[in-house]
Ligand binder design. Structure first.
Ligand SMILES: [Zn+2]
Ligand SMILES: [Zn+2]
Length: 293
């Protein structure tokens, strides 16, 4: 056996923790890697194949047993609510925290969370059953002031607010103070896309244009291309081709078939097409640092 676990990823932005898919054993993996699962505010399930959601009942139950009170949002395909409700009804469980279920659809891009500093959307993938990927996109926050310049010009509070939001300020005499002269450039906004299970499909490209970090499944190697197509999965080469087509900065490969014990050949296959390819490793953190242009 290869000893690898099923899909589950924690996406952290500031103090926000999201869980993307919840394969069997996720709860134990969270403990093992010392991630406080109580901090997770929303869970996103890509599709209803067991390797992507069978850990969910255990995790939701453990939140109940640990007397969680914070609300939890759950996003996933239609039918997931029925599965959970059936379990909780027959186990006579009345969850002690508010759980909100929002169904996803696999027809077009859908904004699931829209916050001042980020948005999180779903988009359709190409798999045997309704499946969505998830896209996290950072939004611009207020701009940082160049203090010396603001002081030097003796600008009022009203001006500061405008400049920080990126607008210019006109004083009573009509003099214009430009936001770009008095604030630092905004850092490049970061994005992350999660493509859990999918056949190679160029229709994904518009959703993923210029993404910083692209997680794309690579269940097989190119020698198994037919099997990949038959099962609506991708090869490492196909994942790399997609990364190239959408202009991603980094490609993170995952969802490897258990037939590959050593993944180095799979990685080199991807790297021959897209050099900045990485293997996803259990427990490892992939940071997206801030970059000023
Ligand atoms: Zn699947
Ligand atoms: Zn899968």
């Amino acid at each position: 056996m290869h000893g690898r676990n099923h899909t589950a990823q924690v996406l952290r932005f500031g103090q926000e923790f999201f869980l993307l898919d919840c394969g069997e054993g996720t709860q134990h993996q969270l403990q093992r890697f010392k991630i406080k699962s109580s901090k997770i505010s929303a869970i996103f399930i890509s599709h209803l194949h067991g390797d992507h959601y069978l850990g969910l009942l255990g995790l939701l139950s453990s939140f109940h047993l640990s007397k969680r009170t914070q609300p939890l949002s759950l996003f996933g395909p239609k039918g997931l609510d029925e599965i959970l409700t059936t379990h909780f009804r027959w186990s006579h469980t009345q969850l002690c925290y508010p759980l909100t279920f929002v169904p996803t659809q696999d027809q077009e891009k859908q904004v699931l969370l829209d916050q001042p500093r980020y948005s999180l959307s779903s988009f359709p993938l190409s798999h045997r059953i309704p499946t969505t990927g998830f896209l996290f996109q950072e939004k611009a926050g207020p701009r940082a002031l160049i203090k010396e310049k603001v002081l030097e010009n003796k600008l009022p509070v009203a001006a500061i607010q405008r400049l920080r939001s990126g607008e210019d300020y006109l004083d009573a005499s009509g003099e214009r103070f430009r936001s770009e002269d008095l604030t630092y450039p905004l850092p490049k906004l970061r994005s992350y896309a999660f493509c859990s299970d999918t056949a190679f499909d160029e229709r994904l490209v518009p959703y993923l244009q210029g993404v910083d970090l692209l997680y794309h499944e690579a269940t097989f190697m190119e020698a198994e291309a037919k099997r990949a197509a038959d099962t609506y999965h991708s090869t490492a080469k196909q994942a790399a081709t997609l990364a190239l087509l959408c202009g991603a900065s980094t490609l993170l490969l995952g969802h490897f078939s258990s037939r590959y014990v050593d993944l180095s050949n799979l990685l080199s296959e991807a790297q021959s097409v897209f050099s900045n390819s990485l293997l996803s490793e259990e427990g490892k953190t992939y940071a997206l640092p801030l970059h000023h242009e």
